[in-house]
Design a protein around this ligand. Structure first.
Ligand code: SAM
Length: 289
């Protein structure tokens, strides 16, 4: 993937959004054109960066990230967390599975909310952090495609910010349906398709980009509804538009391609008030849980 191509895409998206929403005045358009010229004359942007297809496994990525995953500045987490917690607050305490639990962010909240918690993740490094964070949790190394959890044994499944790593939703959602009791709740958060295009994720210290699977909202429904899930809620939380003053830091370099610092006005025009995540609340058919 070309850094220059990416930044030209951001400039183009800023112009298109500005034109569509009426905020692209003459000054804005001229600034974008001038920036495009400057970008084209930046030789250091011409060199390509490896896009992850094939070479970079999720295991390698989270081995690299485990120690800093919980650092502040992850906008995806900042935007997603209040929405997920709002849904979890409405659920009756029972047995909850945090599928792809990572460092145990939601596992800890579920535990504090009175649930018995099971956390499953394929990364031993991420699980080590989760175990330290929630010592009373039941953590198991395992894969979303074959959860080490008994049939119809949990009341709630949470799967946060992980489905972007799986190529097909249907087999993973089938696993969630298998382990849930009838009437159980499924809460999913994922990178929004739009954010996934606009914010490629760097790995190997920025030398490569992670392979991520982007999907339209209809794909979640196509996978979930045939399994007996019904939609209770769907939210697309947005990156806030700063009310006053300069835009905040575009994005922390460790969670998104730091190149956006080269064109902060265009990046803000594209990213501010645009959906960052999608959050679903499904309920499995069956008796009350
Ligand atoms: C972005 S982190 C999210 C962690 C946690 N759910 C949170 O929201 O803070 C994604 C996690 O998914 C895990 N993961 C990715 N693919 C997986 C798979 N096929 N099976 C199990 N875990 C997986 C990774 O190891 C990583 O811990």
């Amino acid at each position: 993937m070309s850094p220059l191509g990416y930044l030209l895409g951001i400039e183009g998206a800023a112009l298109l959004r500005g034109l569509r929403e009426g905020s692209a005045d003459r000054e804005f358009v001229e600034a974008r054109v001038a920036e495009v010229r400057a970008l084209l004359e930046s030789p250091e942007l011409a060199e390509g960066v490896e896009a992850g297809e094939g070479g970079i496994g999720v295991g390698e990525v989270y081995r690299e990230w485990a120690g800093r995953y919980d650092s502040p500045g992850n906008q995806m987490v900042d935007v997603e967390q209040p929405v997920v917690r709002g849904i979890l607050d409405g659920l009756r305490a029972g047995t909850a599975l945090d599928a792809a639990c990572g460092t145990g962010r939601h596992t800890a909240y579920l535990r504090e909310s009175g649930h018995d918690v099971i956390g499953v993740d394929s990364s031993p490094e991420m699980l080590a952090h989760a175990r330290a964070r929630v010592p009373e949790g039941d953590f198991r190394e395992g894969d979303l495609h074959g959860l080490p959890v008994a049939d119809a044994s949990v009341d709630t499944v949470v799967c946060a910010l992980a489905l972007t790593h799986v190529p097909e939703l249907a087999p993973v959602l089938a696993e969630f349906a298998r382990v849930l009791r009838p009437g159980g709740h499924l809460v999913i958060s994922d990178a929004h398709q739009l954010a996934a295009y606009l914010r490629p994720t760097p790995v190997r210290g920025g030398a490569a980009l992670l392979t991520e699977y982007h999907r339209p909202l209809s794909a979640y429904l196509a996978a979930a509804l045939p399994l007996g899930f019904r939609v209770l809620r769907c939210e697309e939380p947005r990156r806030p538009r700063p009310a006053l003053g300069p835009a905040p830091e575009v994005l922390a370099g460790h969670v998104s391609w730091g190149l956006l610092h080269r064109c902060p006005q265009a990046a803000a025009a594209v990213l501010d008030d645009s959906p960052v995540a999608v959050v679903w609340h499904f309920r499995l058919d069956g008796s009350d849980s």
